[in-house]
Design a protein. Structure first.
Lengths: 112, 113
């Protein structure tokens, strides 16, 4: 079974919709991450959850809201998104700061 | 100071050739430099990583060369194969922000048969 599973794989939504992205890790890790990947740009770290502590990139708009109910599950709640939010959203997890991050295959989000 | 600059943006290599991707950084607090490989429709996967106390690390056909004084590191893929065709990202991490990787913008590698 894939270590980090993201659902859905594809999502098309209007700017007024509310949706959520889900991430589940089966690796026993204690940190989870959300990244945004846009074409020809560096991966942008959005949020980090580590032992229930949240660290966020201050440039992330409030229309993105993360939730981490436990160490295995991570959500990204979306509302009132803009066309420039269309991107691949990647979830990752790691065991500890000096261990590699393992990525899921992402959710391709398109905003109409 | 948080940026990692990666070049080239795209690279085409003949089968059997050497692929070279370069990255440069400014922040001397970076102490861990991984490379990720990403195939279409998949998430990035760790390929190889290096710490600044060594100048080179080799794993199979993949080698990282690290130049601490120049603040540069590069990925060399020897005997490149069509199956190596993917996007490659360099990254860097600071000890004090250990969970936060700073990524380069990626290099799309195409290996021709």
């Amino acid at each position: 079974e894939t270590g980090v599973t993201q659902t859905p794989r594809h999502l098309v939504m209007g700017m007024t919709n509310k949706k959520s992205l889900k991430c589940e890790q089966h690796l026993g890790h204690n940190a989870m991450y959300w990244y945004k990947q846009s074409a020809k740009k560096p991966l942008e770290l959005m949020f980090v959850y580590s032992l229930e502590e949240r660290v966020e990139n201050n440039s992330v708009p409030s229309r993105f809201s993360p939730e981490c109910p436990n160490s295995s599950h991570l959500f990204l709640h979306l509302h009132t998104l803009q066309p420039e939010d269309s991107a691949l959203y990647l979830c990752a997890s790691s065991q500890s700061p000096d261990q590699p991050q393992h990525f899921g295959d992402g959710t391709r989000l398109s905003i109409l | 100071q948080q940026q990692v600059k990666q070049s080239p943006q795209s690279l085409i290599v003949q089968k059997g050739g050497i692929s070279i991707i370069n990255c440069a950084y400014e922040n001397t607090a970076f102490d861990y430099f991984p490379w990720y490989q990403q195939f279409p429709g998949k998430g990035p996967a760790l390929l190889i990583a290096i710490r600044p106390d060594v100048s080179e690390k080799k794993e199979g056909r993949f080698t990282i060369s690290f130049n601490k004084s120049a603040k540069q590191f590069s990925l060399h893929i020897m005997d490149s194969q069509p199956g190596d065709s993917a996007t490659y990202f360099c990254a860097a991490r600071r000890r004090v922000s250990a969970r936060q990787l700073t990524f380069g913008s990626g290099t799309q590698l195409t290996v021709l048969p």
